[in-house]
Design a protein around this ligand. Sequence first.
Ligand code: CA
Ligand code: CA
Length: 370
Amino acid sequence: MCVRVAGGGPSPPGSSSKTTSPTVLHSKIWVSNSRTKYSCDKKKNKNKHLGHITINHVTIVFADYGSEDITILEDGLAFITTGLKYPGLPSSDVTGKIFSLDLQDSRLKPVELRMPRNFDLESFNPHGLSVYVDPSDDTIYLFVVSHPRHNSQVELFRFVEDDHSLVHLKTIKHDLLYSVNDIVAVGVDSFYATNDHYFSHKILKGFVEPFLAQPWANVVYYSPEDVKVVSQGYYFANGINISPDKRHIYMVDTFDQNVHVFERKDDNTLVSVKSVDVDSLCDNVEVDPETGDLWLGCHPNGWKVLMFDPKDPPGSEVLHIQNIHSDQPVVKQVFADNGQVIMGSSVAATHAGKLLIGTVFHKALVCDLE
Ligand SMILES: [Ca+2]
Ligand SMILES: [Ca+2]
């Protein structure tokens, strides 16, 4: 059970595992900065040799306008979407932007990527993102979900490292991409995407559909030649990512509190392998390219995110999943905060001993792991 030293909200609601019951380790962590200290005691520790992850320094790298999704290149350069406006959730008036952050540079200074002149910045509303590095020429393609006027489309950019700019290649729209949350690129113009809702209209999506609570969300495969629903029957299909060997897809269903594991087939259809209970309302998922471990930004109390009250803010939680393909995946909480440091964590990604945590509408943090 987590202990929030400076107060805190109730634990997330329980959930039942469909297939795999992992060992859940809530290991002791300390998060400290100049103002606050938090501790989290062990919930269960069936496997003590795993030890603890210690976070010994926290650096705030963003102001209060969100960092909903993050992905990190193998050289430590992170891409971050900011300024999301999403029905029912708090947001700022700041226009959507993409930032990079070089985790190898000790200054930890976010750099706003220069957008192309021919791109409609006013309506840019960036949400999930994914990077594809073309193995033939190392070109870096950035795929960004955007919601101009509450629609859904995918913006495809090429990243120019020399001057930190983006070249806009195309806008991808399709009838099956109607309420896109996140995306994982599998080629220069192909990807899997999650639709988190059945409806795309702002009111129906933000208020009516949550009330109905039906498993109408899905996963779509897109390529210029072939677009199809490849998995369906989810309550809120959210983060999506791919294993380092590209054979498996991981998808987070936030409301059923599971990470679903799929095997990719030659025709890009998905076959369900298992689901892993995470016992939290998780959002986006990142995958360590070397270990294949999963990192999840989660909402320990979804109600507080929706009914935002700055006096009783939503907290943050980061989960780490090891050995997801084994019979005993290990789900470990590595960060917990009652909202005093950051509210509404939506993504977590690591590189060389650093943990970068992003949020839906608040700050981002860089933590040093030990
Ligand atoms: Ca993503
Ligand atoms: Ca998301």
